[in-house]
Write a protein that binds this ligand. Structure first.
Ligand code: NAD
Length: 491
């Protein structure tokens, strides 16, 4: 397990020697210490990234040359997949098969952006037809510069991949700060990148707190772009800090995503996707479909079936065979989710299932999968993100009402609809005010497709070709034809 910062191709302790503890959420044991970067460390990292970008030639490499590094990183991740997945489990708490899936996805993300880096060579410029025939013009794409990437704890390596892979593919250099509660696998990413011979300064990983290391990244004048995934309040701070130097920003923030189930849906299929939409990763998923709206005709039967299946979920240490729900990531997160359930009860909601620390678990940040009914529309439980395995479910009668309830949110990250009537499903999908819409499912995520939110859920899109655009500037190059005369001042 790594414990130092990775800056300019070297492993180094924090300037002031400070560290922070790494705790296993399943056992509450402190098992490791990691360097807590200071603003001084961030400054060294940004300067290394600047040099790698401005002088050492990373952006000048061809896309194919950069792609070789990306593919080597993907291979390096896959070669150590089980070991890295294990680190993710003891750091984050998620069940091993989920961690294994994340790590495979992270490797796939590097491969995907290797392909897009190669395509940059094939489409270096776009000719532009101008209204004045004496001129010719073209648009070219260039990397933005130094990218500061700040990520949350729910998909530690995968979120790192979503930012580092497109940034490097585009030709940017990166300073990445993982979340303080889950930094282990980002440091492994640095070790793998180092083994590929990635030039020093191209990728720097600074572990540490948001208020010190994170803040130092967003305030640094040497950073051209901030890519952030995390909470709304921090996203808002980042936009404010970025505004001072007109840094480019992309934000992937929270959600309170709806899942509308019509009464022609198969109840078991609906229950399966509702559960996947809220209990996967302990519900700590920005796109979790945490507000379920079920048409009156099947509401009672569906809720009964959902409770029956939810009670069967095996809770435990993510390393145990068959576990489908691990502990929440931290004590703080556990306290926040429990407080949200208490607040929902005080607001009049009924706990139809769960809501407690599971029996027999006196250590670890465990919480039963929870279903809340009768949640008032104006309550925090219905309106705000809980970020835990807590589902709010309500009946509706008409399609119009369902759409109105679904869109009545300050968020717009994701939305899902289930119906056997394809025309209706498409109509509802079109009516959702959200960046990601699932029909007859919830959560499947593909590296090829755009990811991001409307409204307070964020700005910009990650993944797919949109993710690459996040790290590119557009330059026009316009030429006045040799032999032509302009004749404005000199006739
Ligand atoms: P958070 O906003 O507290 O932290 C995210 C990151 O920001 C961490 O690395 C943290 O250290 C850093 N940070 C905190 N304060 C900072 C500051 N002042 N300056 C710079 N960086 C700072 O969020 P979290 O608790 O880690 O994650 C949970 C939240 O993230 C949820 O609200 C969830 O919806 C959201 N999230 C969104 C997505 C998405 O794709 N939209 C994905 C995962 C999580």
């Amino acid at each position: 397990m790594r414990s130092e910062l990775y800056i300019d191709g070297k492993w180094t302790p924090a300037a002031n020697g400070r560290t922070f503890d790494v705790v296993n959420p399943a056992t509450e044991e402190m098992f490791h210490k990691i360097a807590a970067a200071t603003a001084e460390d961030v400054d060294v990292a940004v300067k290394a990234a600047r040099r790698a970008f401005d002088k050492d030639g990373w952006p000048k490499l061809s896309g194919a040359q950069r792609a070789k590094y990306l593919r080597a990183i993907a291979d390096g991740i896959r070669a150590r997949q089980a070991e890295i997945a294990l680190l993710e489990v003891i750091d984050n708490g998620k069940p091993f098969p989920e961690a294994d899936w994340d790590i495979a996805d992270a490797a796939g993300c590097f491969d995907f952006y290797a392909g897009l880096a190669e395509q940059l060579d094939n489409n270096p410029e776009e000719p532009i037809a101008l209204s004045d025939g004496r001129f010719t013009s073209k648009a070219v794409k260039e990397p933005i510069g130094v990218a500061g990437a700040i990520i949350p704890w729910n998909y530690p390596l995968l979120m790192a991949a979503w930012k580092v892979a497109p940034a490097l593919a585009a030709g940017c250099t990166v300073v990445l700060k993982p979340a303080e509660v889950t930094s282990l696998t980002a440091l492994e990413l640095a070790a793998i990148a180092d083994e590929t011979g990635l030039p020093p300064g191209v990728l720097n990983i600074v572990t540490g707190s948001g208020s010190i290391a994170g803040q130092a990244i967003i305030d640094h004048k040497g950073v051209d772009k901030i890519a952030f995934t995390g909470s709304g309040p921090v996203g808002s701070k980042i936009m404010a800090a970025a505004a001072r130097d007109i840094k480019r920003v992309s934000l992937e923030l929270g959600g309170k995503s709806p899942f509308v189930v019509f009464d022609d849906a198969d109840i078991d299929e609906a229950v399966e996707w509702i559960m996947f939409g809220i209990f996967w990763n302990q519900g700590q998923v920005c796109s979790a479909t945490s507000r379920v709206l079920v048409q009156e005709g099947i509401y009672d039967r569906l809720v009964a079936r959902l409770i029956e299946e939810t009670k069967k979920i095996k809770i435990g240490n993510g390393l145990e065979e068959g576990v489908l729900l691990g502990p929440l990531v931290s004590k703080r997160q556990h306290e926040q989710v429990v407080a949200a359930i208490e607040a929902a009860k005080a607001a009049g909601a009924t706990v139809a299932c769960g809501g407690m620390r599971p029996e027999g678990f006196d250590k670890g940040y465990y919480l039963e999968p929870t279903i809340l009914t009768g949640v008032p529309l104006d309550s925090d439980a219905w309106r705000d993100e809980i970020f835990g395995p807590v589902l709010c479910i309500r009946p509706f009668s008409t399609e119009e009402e369902a759409i109105e309830l679904a869109n009545d949110s300050r968020f717009g990250l994701a939305a899902a609809v289930m119906s056997k009537d394809d025309v209706r499903a498409e109509r509802v999908a079109a009516a959702f005010r959200a960046g990601i819409v699932w029909i007859n499912c919830s959560q499947p995520t593909f590296t090829e497709a755009p990811w991001g939110g409307y409204k307070e859920s964020g700005i910009g899109r990650e993944l797919g070709r949109w993710g690459l655009e996040n790290y590119l500037e557009t330059k026009q190059i316009t030429r006045f034809a040799t032999g032509e005369k302009w004749g404005w001042y000199i006739k």
